[in-house]
Design a protein around this ligand. Structure first.
Ligand code: ADP
Ligand code: MG
Length: 314
């Protein structure tokens, strides 16, 4: 195994390409977050970034994390990537507790099992190296552990529409294309969990379309689990499951465009902002059970209008 950056992009494609076995891809890694808490310790105070995230993601699922900035989304990705150790709670990836891995296990986990694409595409790339060199270099970590990524470099470039640019330095590409290359480097090691932080935030509409297509193509072909963070409504709308992180917890989930509140493991539910207008903090609510579920009734309003339910329950 050599860790050198090969010099000829085209040559890499020829030697490594087209030799992929037809075996179906291994399933992605399931993710389970259990009461995940993270505090950043600052000199004067602590910042609570995550305050009890419960989240299950199936093997091979693609999920978009949404929510305003500062709500803990990047922190969550970094914990799953094994870059940051949580303060409390557990993060299981493929059933393994990332927070309990030894430094040796973590190094292998980061090289082989997981790929992360940071928000700024150039943070993931060697700007003066070509596209093919970047993608090739990104798998040397996995190869050093004797793993042969399922998809050859040439096939990955083809899949993501990068073949034409294979021999161009990354620095001359458009922002959208750089981001697709960054995604290719995240996927290059063949990790069965791919984490992508705000891939379209700095792109125009064409770049955003290109990146959205790349993520879906990659997901379809590799069946890896993909967790991405986005503010982009179009990208979010293209993904069947969305999870909104609010105040360091799972605030809501979207399934095929419909929004749902989520009952957390501790039994709490976050009310969405539009409901907080009707039921502001400190409101006493009565929970009225019926066949389809439970209504929340403002107790003050009930007294004002003197509802019939009061008599039924009295
Ligand atoms: P998001 O990705 O949703 O914007 P982050 O996970 O980046 O949120 O941040 C969550 C909170 O943690 C924010 O209040 C942010 O200021 C704080 N934070 C993030 N990184 C650090 C850090 N390295 N040191 C201190 N505070 C941090
Ligand atoms: Mg962020």
């Amino acid at each position: 195994m050599t860790a050198d950056i090969p010099m000829g992009g085209a040559a890499i494609i020829e030697t490594v390409g087209d030799a992929v076995a037809d075996a179906p891809p291994e399933p992605g890694l399931a993710v389970e977050c259990i009461s995940l808490v993270h505090l950043y310790h600052l000199p004067d105070n602590d910042v609570v970034a995550l305050r009890g995230v419960d989240l299950d993601i199936d093997a091979g699922e693609i999920v978009a994390l949404l929510g305003p900035s500062g709500m803990g989304k990047s922190t969550l990705l970094k914990i799953l990537a094994g870059i940051l150790r949580q303060s409390a709670g557990r993060a299981l990836v493929g059933g393994r507790d990332v927070g309990r891995m030894s430094p040796t296990e973590l190094r292998k986990y980061r090289a082989v099992d997981v790929g992360i694409v940071m928000q700024d595409p150039l943070a993931n790339l060697l700007p003066y190296a070509t596209v093919a060199e970047n993608v090739e270099f990104a798998r040397t970590g996995a190869e050093a552990y004797g793993t042969r990524p399922q998809m050859a470099v040439g096939d990955l470039l083809d899949l993501l529409g990068l073949r034409q640019s294979a021999d161009r330095p990354v620095s001359v590409l458009s922002g959208g294309e750089q981001q697709v290359v960054a995604i290719a480097t995240g996927a290059s090691g063949g990790g069965r969990l791919l984490l992508v932080d705000e891939p379209t935030s700095q792109l125009d509409i064409f770049g955003r379309d290109r990146v959205t297509r790349a993520l879906h193509d990659l997901h379809r072909e590799t069946m890896a689990t993909i967790v991405l963070v986005t503010h982009d409504p179009d990208l979010a709308a293209s993904i069947a499951r969305t999870v909104t992180i609010r105040d360091g917890r799972v605030g809501a989930e979207g399934r095929h465009g419909s929004q749902y509140a989520v009952v957390a493991r501790d039994g709490t539910i976050q009310l969405p902002p539009e409901i907080l207008d009707v039921l502001p903090p400190d409101t006493l609510v009565r929970l009225v059970r019926h066949v389809d579920g439970v209504d929340l009734r403002n107790a003050d309003m009930e007294q004002l209008v003197g509802t019939d339910e009061g008599e039924e329950h009295g």
